[in-house]
Design a protein around this ligand. Sequence first.
Ligand code: PGA
Length: 259
Amino acid sequence: MTVPRKVVAGNWKMNHGPEEAREFPLGLNIGDNVTAHVLLFPPALALAGLRAGLESAGLAQRVHLGVQNVHAEDSGAFTGEISAPMAAAAGARYVLVGHSERRHVFGETDGDTLQKVAAVLRSGLTPVLCVGEKLGEREADRVEEVILRQLDAVLGSDTIRSKVASGDAPFLLAYEPVWAIGTGRTATPDDASAAHQALRNHLVERLGSSVGRAVPILYGGSVKPDNAGELMEAPEVDGVLVGGASLDPDGFSRIIQAA
Ligand code: PGA
């Protein structure tokens, strides 16, 4: 995986159906001077519509697609779920794993994220592993403990080890403090940097310097057009994962341009 910095990723969550997804690229303004690596995570049912819209807008090479969640198994009796091979066949290249809403609304554990990261890598896709502390954990000074535990949960997997052995960065990482998601409260660039630095040091320690430094670390949590630039300038912030502000193509374009 080679991902040039900066990365700007949009997570639509459960918003925008197939028609809205098809029309979204018409409002995107990604000029030739834009160097950011742009990812979009629509609802799985809207992936084909977004893909078609990107193709007709001539943006299929500029915007890369992902899904917001997969099941750890490739197929089977799991009503309501989708699998990593299906996501790959539908044109996805990335998968969000361990988003805070998956962890805290749907009860996903560190063990689940490990299984899902392995499934994603097996299918040739790239996981975007999300980690982040809750407000009480920040107030109790437990930020590093929580985010390094969430990261460590996947680092031991055999699939990760074999990727690292071949010299590839096995995933992208997103630091998303739970108290900043959808709340309008953003981490300061200094807070984001401190968490990113801890994650970077840990990656280098566990994966070696070359691979550990190659893993892009994105910040997420109330990123908007007017704060994206200063967040992306902070040390060790390699990009942003944007929720609410990615729903509007104009605002999302402004974040891309700030990268
Ligand atoms: P937000 O969401 O930008 O709406 O805070 C971020 C996320 O959940 O990835």
